[in-house]
Design a protein around this ligand. Structure first.
Ligand SMILES: NC(=O)c1ccc[n+]([C@@H]2O[C@H](COP(=O)([O-])OP(=O)(O)OC[C@H]3O[C@@H](n4cnc5c(N)ncnc54)[C@H](O)[C@@H]3O)[C@@H](O)[C@H]2O)c1
Length: 259
């Protein structure tokens, strides 16, 4: 690690949801490498991510928490208050992406996707953004998806939830912009993570490897997106250099979406 180049988040407290693996793990590791202590939140143990954060020389606090529960998020906020007294950077990352044709989506399916992908973004932000506003500094980074623009089939609930994330990002940025708190989103293309690798491929594709390659060919940069392609973008949005960027959705997707 190059300490000179990477000290922009020195001493900051960064909370990442869905931090046990996948993108959340990459974000937490990179934020730690760039100087932040990390609060790792997931329904699964975050021991592996905690080890990466500690290897970067920062403190890791792991909290098992179902962020779709208001009660659990209140517990999380209380624990963070006790341990660190604040949260400076919030990465709302945890999300699910089940593929279901609209006819098969029950209201329970719809609610399950909304509960994690949108309601939990509200709950966790509600728990930590007021403190950021009070202290006059904060960074909220939400994770949307390029599917919002490419509009893949089987994703009515997912795309609706990620559109909600973009709307929430813009609206909250408006309210917090004058208080030192920025709110932005990133929009990735299909990225190799345990979640996507473990998924069944879409109809007509033999394997997820084939699907990864096919999607990559639609991007301007025709290789499969990896978590490392996004981690630095999140860290940048969390940094002082991004202090004048807010309400934006950054398409970090290899040129999948060109707007
Ligand atoms: N991987 C991709 O291709 C891709 C593309 C665009 C957007 N995204 C978005 O990025 C985010 C992360 O995706 P990923 O591929 O790393 O997912 P993943 O499935 O690999 O990891 C998600 C993590 O969230 C955790 N989680 C699930 N339910 C939770 C809950 N109720 N409370 C707390 N944690 C919970 C899981 O345990 C898991 O560790 C999601 O919001 C996803 O929609 C992913």
């Amino acid at each position: 690690m190059n300490d000179v180049a990477r000290a922009s988040l020195d001493g900051k407290i960064a909370l990442v949801t869905g931090a046990a693996g996948g993108l959340g793990q990459a974000f937490a590791e990179r934020l730690a490498q760039d100087g932040a202590h990390a609060v790792l939140v997931d329904i699964k143990p975050c021991a592996e991510t905690a080890a990466l954060v500690e290897a970067a020389g920062r403190e890791a606090m792991s909290v098992i928490c179902d962020i779709t529960s208001e009660e659990s998020v209140a517990y999380l906020a209380a624990e963070v208050e006790i341990r660190f007294g604040r949260c400076d950077i919030l990465v709302n990352n945890a999300g699910i992406y089940p593929i279901q044709p609209f006819e098969q989506v029950t209201f329970a399916d719809w609610r399950r996707v909304m509960a994690l992908n949108l309601d939990a973004v509200f709950l966790v932000t509600k728990a930590f953004a007021p403190g950021m506003k009070r202290r006059g500094f904060g960074r909220v980074v939400n994770i949307s998806s390029s599917t919002l623009n490419t509009v893949a089939s089987g994703y009515t609930h997912y795309i609706a939830s990620k559109g909600g994330v973009v709307g929430f990002t813009r609206a909250l940025a408006t309210e917090l912009g004058n208080h030192g708190v920025t709110v932005n989103a990133i929009s990735p293309s299909l990225t190799r993570t345990p979640g996507t690798e473990g998924r069944a491929p879409r109809q007509g594709r033999a394997s997820m490897d084939e699907e990864f390659e096919q999607i990559a060919r639609l991007q301007a940069i025709r290789r499969v997106q990896m978590p490392a392609d996004l981690a630095g973008v999140v860290s940048f949005l969390a940094s002082d250099d991004a202090a004048f960027i807010t309400g934006q959705t950054l398409y970090a997707d290899g040129g999948m979406v060109r707007v």
